[in-house]
Design a protein around this ligand. Structure first.
Ligand code: DGJ
Length: 730
């Protein structure tokens, strides 16, 4: 049993393999949050005792008890307007204009299995893999209810949360509905968030909490390159191997807000969910609104364990479809090879050369459709450009297949170019405000995906493409941030629903397509990793991690990505040098090592390769195929911090601890340095490990405590790869 309810004391405990989460219904029916951490086997409400805190008022029903205040207590789902002055989780406007909610416990129920959320991606599980708790809180005056759902995944050490807000006999406007409110009784925390920009996504930044509110968020309509919808709170002494940490990851692909408040009593509140600036929802009488889901996990063994928990739950309970576990093909993508400048012959030549190297699939990127010779036209016209590709996609796919390869294709379905037949026929399908000039991004506008007819158009157009040729893979791109929010379909009072309705429309379209074409491997993309989130991973088991393919930069981007997202989800390719984004030259070995830590491929023209480089690529592909299972399903360890150290190293350790692959690079090479030792992690300390290449042996304990000696580097960005195998016991 993972859910324990004591009706006499009001204590509710959720337990997973290593963690315990406690709530308590107090004498006033307020649901307090009293613990999230390791097992304590004690009612932790003894920690929350307060005096009379000045200017923290008291609910009417507590009488003259001035020590009881909603402004000080740790709350499970905090409301606006009733004397808790910290960030609220939920806020509504009633018909009379008042904006108060006072949510008190009504009832709860427990059932086997994991709840699902209509229209939204969420963790899924078999009946015996999870338990669900639903707690209903009610505002007596308005009859508004909040149904707090908890999915307890015992083995995964994960608790998921989502909230259903229900109106009563009066209509209300929902102004804020967070997915997560987590009050921690202490403030002794660092927070880690992931910021960045296009071509530099998910840079981890760790800071002590400051009094007041700190935030990471996106108002771009997507989860964005600039901030990721994931956050970690950790004890100041927390390292990869030690210390307490809590991670929260939103399963959503639109604008979001994560806020942390370090309050007057040095307690911490974490709020996560839809960004209230781009949200309001009309709830007519007796209707419901579902928030996106948050995945929570807690580790007392440092950040590596926390990442493993997230990797496992995302890989096994978010990713779906035929490619969830199937080996991902090694692909070659045409983008950095030829950009818009191609015809059938050029593409077939790339495929032929790549096939000889062992590549499994050719992906034709942007430029194959409509009048699209640069990025200013054609989006929306999803029919093949016969001038470039006479014989169409069918003919091309057959030529590629004849080489023993699969064929994949790029699409950017959510967009429309003004210079396109689609826009000329349906200008009102674009998101823009009548009477105003729209803001363009990469010269393009967005289609209003909240509209069913737009979704249907895209479903038909994409189905037609997929049925016209043997297509094994789709790269679903999205190349701008969203603004000028306005839908012709919505009433003025409903316009603030559009950002969320857009995401719901996108999910509905992806759901229909992935069901209709289950054999296709879908890869997400938004100018690289601008929409790298668990919401997209529900439909696309891999996402192009960044438009920056420079190995040095990529190693940092992949480092940041690895805190929450599994390695199999990370699309990563070897590209040419000088690198097209940075001009940097790194060795083919280093580029290969970096790209192998993901769903591997190439993004270059093989025609330009020397015979020696071709041989090296053949060897890379052979090694990747050999290690693919270990890389995608093994436990991933970050061995250095590339943001502060002169090296980026990581490793993969098989579940049974018998296979180890260490990869990485030393950034800058300096003469007369002592040969560096790299401490490994996650090994069997009592076993002997042998270096498969050199035959040297060490105990697991020595490798974890003393480290393995790295080769003396020669040249910058010096790539290293070491295979170890368990030989026996020490
Ligand atoms: C952005 C993607 O991230 C690139 O890989 C490429 O597909 C271009 N779009 C094509 O326009």
């Amino acid at each position: 049993m993972a859910i324990h309810i004591d009706k006499t004391t009001g204590l509710i405990r959720l337990t997973t393999k290593n963690t315990e989460y406690q709530m308590k219904i107090d004498d006033h029916g307020v649901l307090q949050h009293i613990w999230y951490g390791g097992f304590v086997n004690t009612d932790m409400s003894y920690l929350t005792k307060y005096g009379d805190v000045g200017f923290s008022g008291n609910p009417y029903d507590v009488g003259d008890d001035r020590s009881y205040s909603l402004d000080t207590l740790p709350l499970e789902y905090a409301c606006a307007g009733t004397g808790d002055y910290r960030i609220p989780a939920v806020c509504v406007t009633h018909a009379d204009g008042s904006r108060v909610l006072d949510l008190r416990y009504e009832d709860c129920r427990v059932y086997a299995g994991k709840y699902s959320i209509p229209g939204l991606p969420a963790v899924y599980a078999e009946e015996d893999e999870a338990q669900t708790l639903e707690i209903t809180l009610k505002d007596i005056a308005s009859e508004v209810r909040a149904v707090l759902r908890y999915g307890v995944m015992e083995t995964e050490d994960v608790i998921t949360r989502n909230v259903k807000i229900c109106s009563g006999s009066g209509a209300v406007m929902l102004n804020r509905a967070a997915s997560l409110c987590l009050d921690l009784p202490d403030g002794d925390w660092d927070w880690i968030h992931f910021h960045g920009r296009h071509m530099c996504e998910r840079m981890p930044e760790r800071r002590r909490l400051l009094h007041g509110i700190q935030e990471s968020s996106s108002m771009r309509g997507t989860t964005s390159h600039q901030q990721n919808c994931s956050v970690i709170l950790c004890s100041p002494d927390c390292t990869e191997e030690r210390g307490r940490c809590i991670g929260a990851c939103l399963v959503y692909s639109g604008s979001f807000q994560t806020q942390l408040e370090y309050d007057q009593l040095e307690q911490t509140r974490l709020i996560m969910g839809l960004h209230p600036e781009l949200f309001a929802w009309r709830l007519e009488t007796h209707s419901e609104f579902e928030t996106p889901e948050v995945i929570l996990s807690c580790s007392e063994k440092g950040l590596a364990q926390l990442s493993h928990n997230f990797h496992r739950v995302i890989r096994e309970h978010i990713c779906r479809g035929n490619y969830q576990y199937a080996e991902r093909p090694v692909l070659i993508n045409s983008w950095e090879a030829v950009y818009f400048d191609f015809d059938t012959d050029k593409i077939v030549k790339i495929a032929r050369d790549a096939a000889e190297l062992g590549v499994d699939m050719l992906v034709l990127d942007d430029g194959w459709f409509g009048e699209r010779d640069d990025d200013c036209s054609g989006l929306g016209d999803w029919f093949v450009n016969e001038k470039k590709l006479p014989g169409g996609l069918g003919g091309l796919a057959e030529s590629i297949k004849a080489l023993g390869m699969k064929f994949g294709l790029w699409l950017e379905p959510e967009m429309v170019s003004e210079n396109s037949d689609l826009y000329r026929a349906h200008p009102d399908w674009a998101i823009r405000i009548p009477g105003r000039r729209p803001t363009r991004g990469r010269c393009q506008l967005l289609l209003d995906l909240s509209r069913r007819e737009v979704q249907d158009y895209l479903f038909d157009a994409i189905s037609k493409i997929l049925s016209s040729a043997d297509i094994s893979y789709i790269k679903w791109d999205m190349n701008r941030s969203i603004c000028d929010w306005y839908s012709e379909e919505l009433e003025p009072a409903g316009q603030r629903e559009l950002p969320h309705r857009y995401v719901l429309g996108l999910y509905s379209l992806l759901e229909r397509l992935t069901r209709e074409f289950p054999d296709v491997l879908w890869e997400g993309c938004s100018g690289g990793g601008g929409r790298f989130d668990a919401g997209m991973l529900y439909y696309c088991p891999q996402i192009w991690c960044s438009d920056d393919t420079d190995a040095y930069e990529r190693s940092k981007i992949q480092y940041g990505t690895s805190f929450f997202y599994p390695i199999s989800a990370v699309g990563s390719h070897v590209s040419t040098v000088p690198n097209h984004q940075t001009g940097r030259v790194t060795s083919l070995k280093t580029r290969g090592i970096t790209a192998m830590a993901g769903s591997f491929g190439y993004e270059l023209n093989p025609d330009a390769l020397t015979a020696w480089e071709k041989e090296e690529i053949r060897e890379q592909i052979r090694r990747f195929k050999n290690d693919r299972q270990l890389i995608h399903n093994g436990n991933y360890y970050r061995l250095t911090d590339p943001m502060t150290q002169n090296a980026s190293f990581w490793s993969f350790v098989s579940e049974d601890l018998s296979e180890v692959l260490v990869q990485g690079m030393i950034f800058r090479t300096e003469p007369n340095r002592k040969q560096a030792a790299l401490r490994l992690a996650g090994l069997d300390e009592n076993a002997v490990y042998v270096n498969k290449e050199t035959g040297e042996t060490w105990s697991g304990s020595a490798l974890m405590r003393g480290g393995i000696l790295l080769p003396r580097p020669w040249g910058d960005y010096f790539g290293v790869e070491i295979h170890l195998e368990k030989e026996g016991n020490a």
